[in-house]
Design a protein around this ligand. Sequence first.
Ligand SMILES: NC(=O)c1ccc[n+]([C@@H]2O[C@H](COP(=O)([O-])OP(=O)(O)OC[C@H]3O[C@@H](n4cnc5c(N)ncnc54)[C@H](OP(=O)(O)O)[C@@H]3O)[C@@H](O)[C@H]2O)c1
Length: 326
Amino acid sequence: MERAIRIHSPGGPEVLRLEEVSVGMPGPGEVRIRHRACGLNFIDVYYRSGLYPLDMPAGIGMEGAGVIDAVGEGVSHLRAGDRAAYACQPPGAYSSARVMPAKNVVRLPDEIDYETGAAMMLKGLTVQYLLRKTQPQGGLQPGDFVLFHAAAGGVGLIACQWARAMGLQLIGTAGSPEKCALALQNGATYAIDYRKENFVARVAEITGGRGVKAVYDSVGKDTFAGSIECLRPFGLLAVFGSSSGPVPPFGLQMLAAKSLYVSRPTLFTHLASREATQEMADDLFGMVARGEIVIPVERRYALENAARAHAELEARLTTGCSVLIP
Ligand SMILES: NC(=O)c1ccc[n+]([C@@H]2O[C@H](COP(=O)([O-])OP(=O)(O)OC[C@H]3O[C@@H](n4cnc5c(N)ncnc54)[C@H](OP(=O)(O)O)[C@@H]3O)[C@@H](O)[C@H]2O)c1
């Protein structure tokens, strides 16, 4: 039997229960992976709380790293014994082992340890598609200003480093002076404590009133209107999360004054094929191998303490990435 965190109904962190489960052999297009570490992500909170519905009972977690121990028919890119890592649907990563679709599983380079692998896939591939592919009209050039909310979080600290490597001037927002300092250490050019300062006014000041070319907003409800205000004409707002709650419906007319673009992108649209997953992962692995990005694994929890990990993530107590150890 294997150990897995499961939920039987949506709710608070207390619905996360450690259970014994049997994990069978992989079917066609699947692999079985024995986890060494599992990633903690804010999307896990959306699934646990019911914002994103799941058939119950359900596993949880979408990121992990470990060793492949069985391979199903038709899977040619992985073998038993391979070190591997993934970001994938459906949830089920909070476990000692699982059977899962092979499409989004890639071999983990030898120089990357399991905890780093488990922390970096969902969050790092998200930064990859945001900064490289979710760009405003005309693209992003060195020196351009972008605004990135929650810059001291898991996705945020990777984004600060990736933006620095691209030569961008990333203005990061974060919820305390310590978090702002962390964002700056990781490559943000400016940091704004948006719990104390008006970020719209500060962005205007920093950019000499011109605004930014792109805003990457995972906070959602609380920041949406201000993010729109921070954009220059033809700018792009990418709303990629809802940490403060989903953005309420809005009238398109609010985009007209500056001819703005709004996108609501998700990682899993980008990871539609095995080839696309590998290409994005190779870019991320290259950034890490060259030392341009150091994955900030700040907290480690035993698998059975998943509820505590969720409570701390939701209470805004974490910075960088956290992993669960099965
Ligand atoms: N669409 C996609 O493809 C995709 C993929 C990955 C992640 N995401 C999204 O990206 C965001 C970051 O994910 P992550 O796993 O790295 O989490 P995280 O950034 O480490 O944690 C969330 C952070 O959001 C900030 N926040 C602002 N208002 C909040 C509120 N009311 N409640 C809780 N937190 C609040 C907090 O930072 P401060 O205290 O500094 O404000 C908190 O630390 C999440 O919204 C996630 O859903 C989207």
